[in-house]
Design a protein around this ligand. Structure first.
Ligand code: AHR
Length: 309
């Protein structure tokens, strides 16, 4: 369900928002992935600030990119008898058992941002997140248009097994498969970090004789793209000019790169999720009414001018 449609129907949630938070004490445990790029700390900050505004006692656990830390955090939240748990899962798999434990303890679990696999889905009340597959399709469609359907692409993948890496790749490939002269010639994970993106791009530059024949870079997030831009500049290449650059997040540093002509397009991933998810959680704690499995946050494509060739 789209966020706009859901908001229109969620009258009680809106009432709670206007009232400035729930009229009863609420403790929520939030297990966050870590702080691998610029987008995630912005999301963490939003969740903390919105919790404060709503008068929610938020127990924030940073998993430092490790699922095992998330599993521990969720078990700690269960032991602390929090009212609800929100998880942004590092990877999709491995969640069924711990979420079942939360359910047995009577603690509802919500997802923000990333997803879990089908085995764990029945234990989740709802997920509030962007459509990562659509983000991949938007990036693919932009590159198809900008390259007139002819492009050898190198891809910087996000964390292996994470929902955004899986779905952005799928969505991107679904679009470029429509164009016989578009193909991914190199692909590797840069783990969503600037450093990871830089290292992978350095290797690609070496193995392709300075990106010979490469027309585009698709990075699953902006931070890897920013790392790739650094690597390309150090090799004497002109990202955004010699090679088309498209990625996801639209963080401030990418806005600067777009303005400077070092990048060409970025799909915006909105980090302001707190103001939507907290009213949903607090409302659910009162009425336990079934919610749509996924409330979709819209994604927008931002572009800079493509150099004429
Ligand atoms: O799950 C969303 C992705 O995670 C963002 O695109 C990325 O920057 C973050 O690491």
């Amino acid at each position: 369900m789209e966020l706009k449609t859901w908001l229109a129907g969620a009258a009680m949630g809106a009432a709670l928002l206007l009232a400035g938070g729930p009229a009863f004490a609420v403790t929520i445990g939030f297990s966050q992935v870590g702080d691998e790029g610029d987008w995630r700390p912005a999301f963490s900050k939003d969740m903390q600030e919105e919790a404060k505004k709503e008068g929610i006692d938020l127990k924030f656990a940073d998993a430092q990119g490790k699922e095992e830390n998330q599993l521990k955090a969720v078990r700690a939240f269960i032991a602390q008898k929090v009212d609800a748990i929100i998880v942004a899962p590092v990877v999709e798999t491995g969640w069924a058992q711990v979420l079942e434990e939360a359910k047995k303890a009577g603690i509802p679990v919500f997802l923000a941002d990333r997803d879990v696999d089908a085995a764990a889905k029945p234990q989740v009340v709802t997920r509030m997140a962007a459509d990562f597959n659509l983000e991949g399709r938007l990036a693919g469609a932009w590159l198809a248009q900008a390259s007139r359907g002819q492009c050898n692409i190198v891809e910087l993948q996000g964390t292996v097994g994470s929902a955004p890496a899986i779905e952005r790749k799928k969505g991107f490939e679904a679009i470029i498969s429509q164009f016989p002269d578009m193909k991914i010639v190199k692909t590797q994970s840069g783990d969503f970090t600037t450093d990871g993106g830089k290292k992978v791009m350095e290797a690609f530059i070496k193995s392709t004789d300075n990106l010979k024949g490469i027309c585009g870079v698709f990075a699953h997030n902006d931070n890897m793209q920013l790392g790739a831009i650094q690597a390309m500049k150090e090799a004497g290449l002109k990202p955004g000019k010699d090679v088309l650059m498209v990625s996801v997040d639209y963080v401030p540093a990418m806005k600067d790169a777009l303005a400077a002509g070092d990048a060409n397009a970025s799909v915006e991933l909105k980090s302001a999720i707190g103001k939507y998810i907290y009213p949903v959680v607090t409302q659910y704690l009162q009425d336990h009414k079934q919610l749509p499995p996924w409330v979709k946050i819209p994604s927008d494509l931002h572009t800079a001018a493509v150099p004429a060739n």
